[in-house]
Every structure is written in C-alpha cells, then in structure tokens.
Ligand binder design. Sequence first.
Ligand code: THU
Length: 132
Amino acid sequence: MVTDKQREALIQAAITARQSAYAPYSNYNVGAAILMADGRIFTGVNVENASYGLTICAERTAVFKAVSEGCRDIQAVAVATENAGSPCGACRQVLAEFARDVPVWLVDATGHGRETTLYTLLPDHFGPEHLP
Ligand code: THU
C-alpha cells in the first residue's frame, strides 16, 4: 500500500532527478524514481552516449542503483518526462524482475499525467517464475 505522502514524494523525486538527465542527443530528459519495500526511494536518469546504442534509460538506472545497494522489492514507480511518456519495453521487463503489479505514475514536469500499473504496461510477462 502506497500512501498519498509516499506517492507525492516519489513523483517529486522523479521530477527532481530529471534535472540530472544526460540527454544531449535526444534532448528528451527522463527522471525515474522507485519506492522500495523498506521505504527508500532510488532515482535514475537517462544517460546517453555518443555511440547512441550504449544509452541507458532512467528506469533501468534506478533499478540497477537499488539492486546494487541490496534493495530488490519495488513497491511503486514514477517517471517524469516532458510529456508524461511511457516506459520502453526493456525497462518494463527489468522493472518486472523486481516488482509485481505495482502502481506506475507517468508525469510531466509539473507532476500532471496518469496512473497505470506495471502489469497493465507489460501483460503476460516472462518472469523469474518461468525458469525451473
Ligand atoms: N528513455 C528513458 O529514459 N526511458 C524510457 O523508458 C524511454 C526512453 C530515454 C532514452 C533516451 O535517452 C531518450 O529517452 C529518448 O529515447
């Protein structure tokens, strides 16, 4: 259960993190924030590269930061972009490795946008439970 206060903090964290995005090629700055089971929030930004293909999305940056710090249980996600854009397929799959059908807030720089869930974004996904 995510409280209103946690939701607001998560969305604000994504908006603030977005200011650190490194996106000189696309100019599409993305900030992500994930709420973990222990209450901690990890943020991430997209980090582009002159070789283009090495770019990492904001959502995966946040997940890898959390897992690197020993946090694996994602309770909620917020993503801030200029137009409340939706996470790419690769990020949906990586989020699903460490989350169930958690709420996902997609917002613009002012915090306006929409709420969805991870399994709405990635139905019938392949997960760890499918591996013997
Ligand atoms: N991007 C993200 O950070 N997250 C997504 O889910 C979609 C795309 C980034 C990658 C690239 O730096 C820029 O947005 C344009 O694709």
